[in-house]
Design a protein around this ligand. Structure first.
Ligand code: HMG
Length: 390
C-alpha cells in the first residue's frame, strides 16, 4: 500500500476581502461571492514565492527520520522562479534533506503536482522503505482589473509519500488524457496568465466527463462507491459545474452525500483562491479538516486533476483507519483566521511590486505583513537567498 502519509498547506499571511474588491471595482459583490464562489483571496508579498511557500508547507510535517528517507523531491509549479534551476533544488536545501536525493520541478499548468504524485507513488513502489516529497506551489496572477482577477490566489501543498501511509492509500488504476489547446497559458515573457475564460470552463467540464466515463469503465466503480469527490478548484463554483450534471439521474442519497462533501472540500479555496498545482490537494485537506463523522476508514475518494493546455487525470484513494489523527486541522484553521486584511491600496501596491532585476545586493523587507517560517530575504547578483525566521 502506497500513498499520502502526511499532508500540509501554506498560504501567505496577506489577503484581500472580495466584497471590498467588488465594491471598489463597481461589481455586484454577489457575482464574486455567489456567482464565482470566492470570499477572500491570498495576495503574497514579494518575500513569499514558489520556493518559500513550498518550504513553508513541507517544514511542519517533516521529522528527522523523514529527512534521511526522502530520496525524491518533486515540485509541481507553473510559476517557478528560474527558467533553469528547479524550485526543488532550493527546497531540498532549506528543509535539510540528505544530499543523495534527486530534486526536480515538473510543469503542466495545474496538473504538475499530480504528475509528481504519480511519479512519487511509482518511485516508492520500486524503492521499498524510501519516501518522496511532493509539493505543489504557485502564485496565480491574471492582473488587476481583469476578469480573472477574482480567481487569483497563492499557496502551496506538501505531501509525504510512503509505504503504509497513514492518510490515503492511492489505488493503481487512474485515467489521464491530454489535448493541445489554448484555454489558459503564460508565455515566458509575461508574468500574468492569458486566459479564454469561457473556453477554459468548457474544457474543464469536457475533460471531467471523458475521464469519468473511462474511469468507471476501467474500475467498474459507480457513484454509489464514491464517498466524496475532490476537484481542482480554480474557484469554488467550477467543480460544481462538472459535478451537477453527473448527479442528475442519481438517488437523493447519492446527491446529498456528494454535494455535502463537495461543499466541505471548497471551504479553504473559498478563502484562499486558486493555488494552481496545490489546489486539488487543498480541497482534499479542506474536506478532511471540515468533516467530522461522515468519512470513515476505507471510504473511497475520487480526485479530478486538471491543468490547462491541457492534461487531466482521475484517480482514487482509500482513507486509512485513524487518518484524522494525522491532520493538522487546528493549525490550518488558525493560519486562515489570523491573516492580515489588506486595504485596496496595499493590495495594488503589493501586486505591482517587482523583484529587482539589476546587479548588486537588494534586501527585501515585508516584516509588517508576513510571518512565514521561510522567506525570500535578498537578491544578491541575481541569486535568490532565503532565510528562516526563528
Ligand atoms: P466573468 O466573465 O467575469 O464572469 O468570468 P461571468 O459573467 O461568466 O460570471 C461568472 C458567474 O457569476 C456566472 O455564473 C454568472 O451568472 C454569475 P455561471 O453562469 O458561471 O454559473 N453572476 C452572478 N451571480 C450572482 N449575482 C450576480 C452575478 N453576476 C454574475 N450579480 C471566469 C468568470 C471564471 C471565466 C473568469 O474569472 C476567468 O477567466 N478566470 C480564470 C480562468 C479560470 O479560472 N478557468 C477555470 C477552468 S480552467 C482551470 O481550472 C485551469 C486553471 O486553474 C489554470 C491552470 O491549469 O494552470 C485556471
Amino acid at each position: 500500500m502506497i500513498g499520502i502519509d502526511k499532508i500540509n498547506f501554506f498560504t501567505p499571511n496577506t489577503y484581500i476581502d472580495l466584497v471590498k474588491l467588488a465594491t471598489y471595482r463597481g461589481v455586484d459583490p454577489d457575482k464574486y461571492t455567489i456567482g464565482i464562489g470566492q470570499s477572500k483571496m491570498a495576495v503574497p508579498t514579494i518575500t513569499q514565492d514558489t520556493v518559500s511557500m513550498g518550504a513553508n508547507a513541507a517544514f511542519p510535517i517533516l521529522e528527522k527520520k523523514d529527512l534521511t528517507a526522502i530520496d525524491l523531491v518533486v515540485v509541481g509549479t507553473e510559476t517557478g522562479i528560474d527558467e533553469s534551476k528547479s524550485a526543488a533544488a532550493f527546497i531540498h536545501q532549506l528543509l535539510g534533506i540528505h544530499p543523495f536525493a534527486k530534486s526536480i520541478e515538473i510543469k503542466q499548468a495545474c496538473y504538475g503536482a499530480t504528475a509528481g504524485l504519480m511519479m512519487a507513488r511509482d518511485f516508492v513502489k520500486t524503492h521499498p522503505g524510501r519516501k518522496a516529497l511532493v509539493i505543489g506551489s504557485d502564485i496565480s496572477r491574471y492582473g488587476l482589473n481583469t476578469s480573472g482577477e477574482v480567481t487569483q490566489g497563492a499557496g502551496a501543498v506538501a505531501m509525504l509519500i510512503s509505504e503504509n501511509p497513514r492518510i490515503l492509500a492511492i489505488e493503481d488504476t487512474s485515467i489521464a488524457m491530454s489535448e493541445n489547446i489554448f484555454d489558459f497559458w503564460r508565455p515566458n515573457y509575461s508574468d500574468t496568465a492569458i486566459v479564454d475564460g469561457k473556453f477554459s470552463n468548457e474544457a474543464y467540464v469536457k475533460f471531467f466527463n471523458l475521464l469519468w466515463t473511462k474511469f468507471t469503465e476501467e474500475t467498474t466503480y459507480s457513484l454509489d462507491d464514491i464517498s466524496a469527490f475532490c476537484f481542482h478548484l480554480p474557484y469554488t463554483k467550477m467543480g460544481k459545474k462538472a459535478l451537477l450534471p453527473l448527479l442528475e439521474n442519481e438517488s437523493a442519497g447519492v446527491k446529498e452525500k456528494l454535494l455535502a462533501h463537495y461543499d466541505l472540500s471548497t471551504e479553504y479555496t473559498r478563502n484562499i483562491g486558486n493555488i494552481y498545482t496545490g489546489s486539488l490537494y487543498l480541497s482534499f485537506m479542506s474536506l478532511l479538516d471540515n468533516q467530522t463523522t461522515s468519512l470513515k476508514p476505507n471510504d473511497l475518494i475520487a480526485f479530478f486533476s486538471y491543468g490547462s493546455g491541457a492534461v487531466g487525470e482521475i484517480f482514487s484513494g482509500r482513507l486509512i483507519e485513524g487518518y484524522e489523527k494525522h491532520l493538522d486541522t487546528a493549525n490550518h484553521k488558525d493560519m486562515l483566521t489570523d491573516r492580515y486584511d489588506l486595504s485596496i491600496e496595499e493590495y495594488e501596491t503589493i501586486f505591482n511590486k517587482e523583484i529587482p532585476k539589476t546587479d548588486g545586493i537588494h534586501s527585501l523587507d515585508e516584516e509588517k505583513y508576513e510571518k512565514g517560517t521561510f522567506y525570500l530575504s535578498h537578491i544578491s547578483n541575481h541569486q535568490r537567498h532565503y532565510e528562516k525566521r526563528q
